[in-house]
Write a protein of this length. Structure first.
Length: 406
């Protein structure tokens, strides 16, 4: 029986404040957690036994996935014992997969069953020790770039080369087919990187150096997202909403749970997902590219677009929320505005792990952690992070990140 391994032990600190209260793998895209999309893709590719490598908030992952029965798979949980690198995480699954061929998917990327099937086919055809999925990007100098030979086999990974000196436009997609009889021996020989971790790209280089075949499957970019920062989550959500609306034939481009209550004069601008038990009151406009997770209430005359609102949050009347992510169990009082653009048209910056980072976007709103309260009439500047349990006073103009102050 072909087995899969999903790496879901990481902290996800670049997605704070959302990951202060949950693992990043449980953040939703198109209304379902990232991890759930991966499990479904593996099942559709013929992988029915899946080991999930866990550590951070592992109990929440187990609560969501359970035994795997609801997905038609058998799930086993594997404790990594700390985030010590991708090779270390794969090594944690050694006893689970043994010396057989198995599939690995990073728990913070989007996956497609068709791509996994193609990787399995290529692996068998080449007789590879490892097969990695790659995606073509327009800015490879921002990534680890793959150098491949004329046969499509890996030569080396070049980390963030100078612009114009990249060996290809291919980067690692975080999806592998591996031969356990060859890979684990090289993981044991893999040195600790300067970051203090055991990196699987270093393991792949050891395989190449021993004349083992590492095949590279080339794919286009449109299906793949590495969800490492808040705007990545919004981008993935937008793309997957569009894809699912077309593929599943959502009526009018919207998917509304039967238990949701949509009052008169509400406009749903597709694509939109309205979850279980949601209430949207009259004259509100929801969408496009918007998800209301279960139990969300939206007041009268609101406008919410390009936004994800997590479960059980309450949005008051006449709020404007754009290009933002609102955590679970939040209260946003009436007349609050989440601004998503700079008056001069410049890019939006956010603070990620203490560093100001250019989002590369002209529109990016705010990210609000769970259990936060935003008072009536507050205006939140673009690129603002509001951490869990924070309180924003009424009529406050917020131009910097807000941290919980007990």
């Amino acid at each position: 029986m072909l087995k899969g391994v999903v790496l879901a032990a990481g902290l996800g600190s670049r997605l704070n404040p959302l990951t202060a209260t949950r693992p990043k793998h449980l953040l939703p895209i198109a209304g379902k957690p990232i991890l759930e999309h991966i499990i479904v893709a593996l099942k559709e590719a013929g992988v029915e036994e899946i080991g999930v490598v866990v550590h951070y908030f592992k109990e929440k992952i187990a609560e969501l996935l359970g035994s795997g029965e609801k997905y038609g798979v058998k799930i086993t949980y594997i404790e990594q014992g700390g985030a010590k690198g991708t090779a270390h995480a794969i090594m944690a699954a050694k006893n689970y997969v043994g010396s057989e061929i198995f599939v690995v998917v990073y728990g913070d990327v989007t996956a497609r069953a068709s791509v996994i099937r193609e990787a399995l086919k290529l692996h068998e055809e080449v007789g590879a020790a490892a097969t990695m999925v790659s995606v073509e990007v327009e800015d490879p100098w921002n990534y680890g770039v793959l150098s491949i030979d004329e046969n499509g086999l890996l030569v080396r990974v070049v980390e963030k080369p100078k612009r114009g000196e990249e060996p290809s436009n291919l980067i690692n997609a975080g999806i592998y087919v591996l031969d356990g009889s060859k890979v684990f021996q090289q993981i044991e020989r893999t040195p600790i990187s300067p970051r203090g971790e055991i990196e699987f790209t270093d393991t792949l280089q050891l395989l190449v150096n021993r004349d083992e075949k590492v095949a590279v499957l080339r794919t286009s970019r449109e299906w793949w997202f590495d969800i490492g920062r808040p705007w990545d989550l919004l981008d993935a959500n937008k793309a997957l909403l569009k894809e699912l609306a077309e593929r599943e034939g959502w009526m009018g481009g919207v998917k509304v749970d039967a238990s949701a209550k949509i009052e008169d004069e509400v406009e749903l601008v597709p694509p939109v997902v309205i979850g279980r038990g949601c209430v949207v009151k009259r004259r509100s406009v929801i969408g496009p590219n918007t998800v209301l997770c279960s139990g969300v209430t939206v007041g009268v005359n609101c406008k919410i677009e390009n936004t994800i609102i997590l479960s059980r949050s309450n949005i008051g009347n006449s709020c404007k929320i754009s290009h933002s992510i609102v955590g679970g169990d939040c209260v946003v009082e009436s007349d609050v505005e989440f601004r998503s653009w700079n008056p001069d048209g410049s890019n939006i910056f956010m603070t990620i792990k203490g560093v100001r980072v250019d989002s590369g976007r002209k529109k990016m709103g705010s990210v609000v952690g769970d259990y936060s309260f935003i008072g009536r009439g507050a205006v939140i500047a673009p690129g603002t992070s509001i951490f869990p349990w924070s309180v924003v006073p009424r009529r406050m103009l917020v131009f910097s990140d807000v941290h919980y102050a007990p």
